[in-house]
Design a protein around this ligand. Structure first.
Ligand code: SF4
Length: 179
């Protein structure tokens, strides 16, 4: 059977979900229920729609201007096998696209989360942790609250400790839109 992901939507070109111009896939389903979440429509595990990974890869491959792809949500790590399959496909595309993933889990929690390892290993950047309303800060790039970290996963793996990434673009994040 064709591999599929349950998604809330996509944005074909975004500059607010990681460095550079990015294709964004919003996974459907989130267990965290952070008070003040901007995307409550993405929480329902039975909501959204199914799309084939092949069709996402086709769309991503058609835009030579993309610098990378972002997995957002919802919680991408509730579908680790599907997003890992998408990540493997992205790595085979021309242009060396980087992969950024958002998660309501912290990096340390993801290291212990059953089934999360392959997806984590395939990603280049992680924005981690739940949205905490009391730590909300609209001046942050790519993040909604101060507890969240923008982690360079390649440097983190090499160093054996969490290494934060440089944040190179300015606009704050915006809400997802349905494809
Ligand atoms: S992890 Fe993200 S999508 Fe899930 S409830 Fe928290 S802010 Fe919303």
């Amino acid at each position: 059977m064709e591999e599929q992901l349950r998604i809330a939507g996509i944005i074909r070109e975004s500059i607010v979900d990681g460095n550079g111009l990015r294709f964004v896939v919003f996974g459907q389903g989130c267990p965290h229920h952070c008070p003040g979440c901007h995307n409550p429509q993405t929480h329902d595990f039975a909501g959204g729609k199914f799309v084939s990974i092949e069709s996402l890869l086709r769309e991503i491959g058609q835009n030579p201007l993309l610098r990378g792809v972002t997995f957002s949500g919802g919680e991408p790590f509730v579908q680790p096998e599907g997003f890992a399959a998408l990540a493997r496909g992205i790595q085979k595309l021309p242009g060396h696209l980087d992969i950024t993933v958002y998660s309501g889990y912290t990096y340390e929690q993801l290291l212990e989360l059953p089934g999360a390892g392959e997806l984590l290993d395939l990603c280049d950047y992680l924005i981690d942790g739940p949205f905490l309303r009391e730590q909300r800060d609209i001046s942050l790039k790519f993040r909604g609250s101060r507890n969240q970290r923008f982690i360079d996963l390649n440097q983190t793996r090499r160093a054996g400790r969490v290494v934060l990434a440089m944040e190179k673009t300015l606009p704050a994040r915006k809400r997802y839109q349905t494809a």
